[in-house]
Design a protein around this ligand. Sequence first.
Ligand code: ZN
Length: 427
Amino acid sequence: MSKHYILTNATITNGFSFLIENGAIEIDNGRIAWIGKSDDLRHSEVRTIDLQGRLVLPGLLNPHHHLYSALATGLAPIGPTSNFNLILENLWWHLDKTLDAESIFYSAIHGLIQSVKYGVTTIFDHHASMNAVSGSLELIEKAFREVGVRGLLCYEISDRMGEDSLEMQLDENIGFWESHRQNNQIQGMLGLHANFTLSERTMAMIRDHKPEELPIHIHCGEDRADFQYCVDHGYAGPVDRLNEFGLLSKDSFLAHCIHLSGKDYELIRGIQPVIISNPESNANNNVGAMDIAKIQKYVLGTDGMTGNILGTMRSHFLQRNGKIADPLDIQFRYPAELIECYFPNAGKLAQGKRADLAITNYIPVTEINLGNLFYHLIFGVQGQPMYMTIADGIILYKDGVMQTIDEQEIIQNVKNAVRKLHKNYYE
Ligand SMILES: [Zn+2]
């Protein structure tokens, strides 16, 4: 397919500072070459795609995902799941110990396809496969490259497998980060599972080995048990413990932030790490909800529940009875800033930037402007799959069909991997 084409007859918005009706976007060689009114188009000979009034959004970000859980649907826990620790022990930790190279790759590719269908073009993934640690991030990277999505990848370190494994987990993170610095599609972070699965000794070891610029990505105060563990070890809470070990900075990614102390909130206000709330996952695990009066700047993730980030915003909106401050900043402005931090020309729907776009099936028929855009997303788009998803100017998905990979062939391979994974899980 030509790398030069024009999308016409669209409502185009970056989600927070402009919205153009009857607009057009010219895409050339991976970048947005021009944005304007369809009537002002310059290149009549270039291939055009008429979007018939659809809504063009920036490619969406899922800042907290677990692609390793993408093949878990239908799996029964191997024991009781009456509290958060038991949910981890009897489902997720047992699943991650069962993963091998084949199931890591196909789990990632399946989860990525399910994300692209919902307009997601950048994913921050938090991976675990305790019996297949070394090389796991490269397998996931291969899946990202096949599907054509950007990502920050990490391995979630936890000391539940003993000391030998810890070193391997740390090496997997640091090695991957070092070999992918400044990469324009895939980079690394330092994944940590959660305070309550990292002993004092492990935290000290991580502090001593972590390169200063390597950002951490951790579950923080997800359940009361995480908070209590930190208090029992002499800290004010989970954020305080990270800070005391010198692991907290403005580049840190803290997922959940539900069970925190006054000092934890103060540290967040002062240091301003990236906070990721995961409303559907929190409801599913019955762990409570983040206090959005105390934490006002945050982004939304799916925590492995789904690839559907606008659907997650819809859940968030409904859980809070429609009372969310600055929803367009949470959905578009902050994600654009975050993506741009790691991938300098991506994230923003603007002339000269990489062309990452999500185009809805929804065609607005009522008045649309920045003031009511959010309600068009909640009541119009409704978290449905997109019409088209474009990353780096390449059309990845259009009208129900993946464009650059053979989804039917992949589904057969995914099913084969699932059969083996589920058999091993129950053995
Ligand atoms: Zn998570």
